[in-house]
Design a protein around this ligand. Sequence first.
Ligand SMILES: Cc1cc2nc3c(=O)[nH]c(=O)nc-3n(C[C@H](O)[C@H](O)[C@H](O)COP(=O)(O)OP(=O)(O)OC[C@H]3O[C@@H](n4cnc5c(N)ncnc54)[C@H](O)[C@@H]3O)c2cc1C
Length: 377
Amino acid sequence: MVIDIIGAGIGGLTTAIALSKKGIHTRVFEQAEEIKPIGAGIILANNAMQVYQKLGLKEEIEKYGNPISSLKITKPNLRPLSKIDLTYFERKYQTKNIAIHRGILQQLLLNRLGKTELYVNHQLSSITEDKEATFLHFSNGKQIHSSVTLGADGINSKVREFIYPNIPIRKANQLCLRGVIDFELPVQFRHELNEAWGTSERFGFVQIEKNKVYWYALKSFEKSPNEFSFSQLEDSFSNYHPLILEIIKSSNKEQINTAEIADLTPTDKWFKNNICLIGDAIHATTPNIGQGACQAIEDAYVIAECLNKYNINTAFSTYKNQRIEKAHKVVKTSWAIGKMAHPKKPLLANLRNQLLKITPSSLSKKQNERIFQLTST
Ligand SMILES: Cc1cc2nc3c(=O)[nH]c(=O)nc-3n(C[C@H](O)[C@H](O)[C@H](O)COP(=O)(O)OP(=O)(O)OC[C@H]3O[C@@H](n4cnc5c(N)ncnc54)[C@H](O)[C@@H]3O)c2cc1C
């Protein structure tokens, strides 16, 4: 059996690695001419790291990234509103949350592809079917016969458009700017993620390796994402802690990555016949709880287990049944947190801050318990 994967993002590459560990041959087709690193960081939460532990990648990721032992939401002046201590989960699962440069993670995954065939410059343009076979057509003129196709082609998935064209993308009306700078955080911040919340904007930063800090800034917009850009960063965060302003000042416009925040309306249509969707292609989420890639990584592990054990139809339905509840919970929780983070009115922001302060840490621990517990296979 050969499995064809559309998209060489974190989801597609991790799936190829998980399948090749099972001795299943895969071909990965990526639209980009080369796999270029995005100039941003990523946090691989405990659940994703548990998967990489099973795939034999944990030590390498730990070596190139930075362990994060607490997550803090703060006021603009960096006074804490809430703190999640991750050391309990580190002990429980023998692995940590790791902040790492996306480019490095991508390279580590590429190094582990084994016998997987990777084709760049292969943008899927359409899929056709006859009674016997499915054909994948690429913009470069190539056409291949595919017996099993996995769509790992992100939120704007062409594969999803082919099997279920009417699943709406929801825009959050928030824009995110992110970048990586040469910077060393003061020692007390080195192993934590800090996110400072204001009224219509927030700013997060984390050390991803020695002398490299990943930062991100989100801001709500009314009508158009053009309302927020790099040149407005300093003004938008002028009343924030001097450390945040220092990070902004150290950033370079040319290296900024801009993303409009959106997710996919939760749906139970995950597969049709011999075509199945994974990662953002089927449960894209807003980034507010840092779980999008982590959920794609969990998908990768589960679908590889299922394809190894069952026939295609049972594999796809078992994969969906095992993953759907948690993936949708993440989408819904993240959407709600995104709204809470940007209440837009100072009065509501004050109220929210009071609520965050009195929320017992046992509640956040319970929520994380559900997220960090791997989907059982
Ligand atoms: C601002 C921001 C911050 C985030 N931070 C985190 C975080 O800290 N932790 C976390 O877990 N998640 C985070 N995420 C979410 C995470 O980035 C995504 O969930 C994750 O990248 C999804 O991986 P994927 O492989 O499913 O899709 P993608 O990363 O979108 O990859 C899809 C791939 O398919 C290719 N492709 C698309 N169309 C075609 C086509 N027609 N033919 C061939 N190839 C195609 C694309 O070029 C791409 O390489 C964040 C997201 C944002 C926007």
